[in-house]
Design a protein around this ligand. Structure first.
Ligand code: KIV
Length: 275
């Protein structure tokens, strides 16, 4: 039994909360997390939404793309995050090929994410072509976040991580996709790496909140990968990224100090050992 008084617990963010935030004009803050400790820090700092992104493939597992991530990997990361969170809404990415083959398989994947990992919602990449799948998942009582623009699971189709929907045909399709996702019942849509003017148009034409990454300031909220915004990854510096810390240097300096202290015999000192 929890020892915490129910009245002192923070009010949980729900999918309805983020929809209401769009209506009231309050911007939505979202960050990724993949483990218990980071999730606890991010949650306690007050972020509204935590995304257990399949970017775990890049920043946790060291793959070049998100394609290798499996449903079991994502369930593991999501369950770690859920255990660290008290307030934020936790959304988990369904990984590549866990929802594209059949609607039945997609529903089973989404169900496992909710039951085994304790996610509060799932995110799927794609537009019009996956709306019947999304509708089925939503009808089963599982909230879905959409993801349009640069959808990294399709990297081998795109061939590049450059800005999407710069031409009129792709921009029109994206607008149509956003409307279709809304009709299918998503509670929110991530817009990744698209022109600001298009993100503004989408944001104004759907009633559900848009969360941008490289999609400009008109989105209803913003998301960044935690490793990128903390400056853990020195080699990744796209235009859209703002670094809020330099953890790469801080960690590397701390490890250097530790090595020096071990080599010189300075660590452990008298106070750091048992008599
Ligand atoms: O996997 C991820 O981290 C994401 C965000 C970049 C939106 O999908």
């Amino acid at each position: 039994m929890s020892t915490q008084n129910k009245d002192t617990r923070p009010e949980k963010v729900t999918t309805q909360t983020v929809v209401d935030m769009k209506r009231s004009g309050e911007k939505i803050s979202m960050l990724t997390a993949y483990d218990y400790t980071m999730a606890g820090i991010v949650d306690a700092a007050g972020v509204d939404v935590i995304l257990v992104g399949d970017s775990a493939s890049n920043v946790m597992a060291g793959f070049d793309t998100t394609v290798p991530m499996t449903l079991d990997h994502m369930i593991y990361h999501t369950s770690c995050v859920v255990r660290g969170v008290e307030r934020a809404l936790v959304i988990a990415d369904l990984p590549f090929m866990s929802y594209q083959v059949t609607t039945k398989e997609a529903l089973i994947s989404a169900g496992r994410m909710m039951k085994e990992a304790g996610a509060h919602a799932v995110k799927l990449e794609g537009g019009e072509s996956i709306t019947s799948t999304i509708k089925r998942i939503v009808d089963a009582g599982i909230p879905v976040m959409g993801h349009l623009g640069l959808t990294p699971q399709s990297i081998y189709k795109f061939g590049t991580y450059k800005v999407r929907a710069k031409d009129e045909a792709e921009a029109n399709q994206l607008l149509k996709d956003a409307k279709k996702l809304e009709e299918a019942g998503v509670f929110s849509i991530v817009l990744e790496k698209i022109p600001t003017s298009l993100a503004k148009q989408v944001t104004e034409s759907v009633s559900v909140p848009t969360i941008g990454i490289g999609a400009g300031s008109y989105c209803d909220g913003q998301v960044l990968v935690i490793h990128d915004m903390l400056g853990l990854n020195k080699d990744f510096s796209p235009r859209f990224l703002r670094r809020y810390a330099d953890w790469h240097t801080a960690m590397s300096d701390a490890v250097g100090e530790y090595i020096k202290d071990v080599k010189t015999g300075d660590f452990p000192n008298e106070d750091e050992q048992y008599n």
